[in-house]
Design a protein around this ligand. Structure first.
Ligand code: HEC
Ligand code: CU
Length: 337
């Protein structure tokens, strides 16, 4: 009993801590406030209907129960026009109100925002790619956005159906192969927002996360400038060699969309707050562990392991990868949502 209670309170604790990440009760964009408004009203009606129906049922069951000494069937009643009209009209009125609220929210949420910044979002098993066609750069697994600027995401997939969801900001929006779906929103507060794939897409669906890093406009502009003129720094010459021999077939470090994308863009890896589609914090140790044996961290991943690399080569490679960054930006300081 004690143990069950302890487990339960631990569960509660975890929920309380995780709630902030997942709850859409902390809306940080107008789109989410709109969906929240709808959610609350649908909930209010549901609770009211449940209360009235369950209450009536309980009352009637109690009131018309068999009394001691009662014999045979009670009087049988057939039809009551007034009652039937009432219980048809009330649900129709409720449905009409909910329809109105839903239509309002849908129109609001789907409205094109003129001059919105475009980002192409592509889902892969089990990671996300973010390409900025107008700004001429690309990043994977971490979507960097400026505060207060409207964005339009063009969401698609290169393999199976995924779904793009950032509980604090926007979504969900399905990522469907061969099709482009759009979502628009404005992020109003700086932060490191958790994102999820919300459509079962394979063995590591639950490990297909991402981050949205919302930064002040000035920091974003600095990043864009640096990304445009980016030449990948070479922090370790041996590391670069190892990279070119083993990794370049799948990974780019240029920060631009290569013709055929196989793996995530590694151009700004040094600036990342997370690794492997948001599943672990970005540390040199996690990076090394990932390269050695990605499948240990993410079953079913499309990246092969590199157990054959010597410790020296691995360390050189990690130094090289950590050096791939834009100087003067610290995304790790952003508050987490
Ligand atoms: C056959 C193609 C392929 C090769 C070769 C390959 N990778 Fe990968 N890599 C991938 C794919 C696909 C992913 C995405 C895995 C996932 O998240 O499921 C990935 C993910 C990564 C990540 C995590 C990226 C992120 O955004 O967090 C790193 C780091 C990485 N690879 C480094 C390397 C290094 C270093 C090498 C060479 C030693 C290498 N990869 C070789 C395909 C490859
Ligand atoms: Cu997915």
């Amino acid at each position: 009993m004690k143990r069950a209670f302890a487990a339960l309170s631990l569960f509660g604790l975890v929920l309380a801590q995780e709630a902030h990440r997942v709850a859409i009760t902390h809306p940080f964009s107008p789109v989410n406030r709109e969906t929240n408004f709808l959610l609350v009203w649908v909930l209010v009606f549901s609770v009211l209907i449940f209360g009235v129906v369950a209450g009536a049922l309980a009352y009637i069951t109690w009131k018309f129960r068999a009394h001691p000494g009662q014999q045979g069937e009670p009087p049988q009643i057939h039809g009551n026009d007034r009652l039937e009209v009432i219980w048809t009209l009330i649900p129709v009125a409720i449905i009409l109100v909910l329809f109105g609220l839903t239509a309002r929210a849908l129109i609001q949420v789907n409205q094109p925002i003129p001059g919105a910044m475009k980002v192409e979002v592509t889902g892969y098993q089990f990671w996300w790619d973010f390409n900025y066609p107008e700004l001429g750069f690309r990043n994977s697994n971490e979507l960097i956005l400026p505060v207060g600027v409207p964005v339009e995401l063009e969401v698609t997939s290169k393999d199976v159906i995924h779904s793009f969801w950032v509980p604090g900001l926007v979504g969900k929006q399905d990522a469907i192969p061969g099709q482009k779906t759009r979502i628009r929103f404005v992020a109003e507060n700086p932060g490191n927002y958790y994102g999820f794939c919300a459509e079962l897409c394979g063995p590591s669906h639950a490990r297909m996360l991402f981050r949205v890093l919302v930064v002040p406009k000035e920091a974003f502009d600095r990043f864009v400038e640096a990304a445009k003129g980016y030449t990948p720094p070479v922090a370790d010459a041996r590391g670069q060699e190892v990279f070119q021999q083993n990794c370049m077939a799948c990974h780019s470090v240029q920060g631009k969309m290569p013709p055929a994308v196989i793996g995530p863009e590694l151009a700004f890896l040094g600036n990342r707050v997370s690794l492997a589609a948001g599943i672990v914090d970005h540390t040199p140790e996690n990076l090394k562990a990932w390269i050695k044996d990605p499948a240990a961290m993410k079953p079913g991943t499309k990246m092969p392991g590199f157990p054959q690399l010597s410790e020296e080569d691995l360390d050189a490679l990690v130094r090289y990868l950590e050096g791939l960054k834009v100087e003067g930006l610290d995304f790790k300081a952003l508050p987490k949502f």
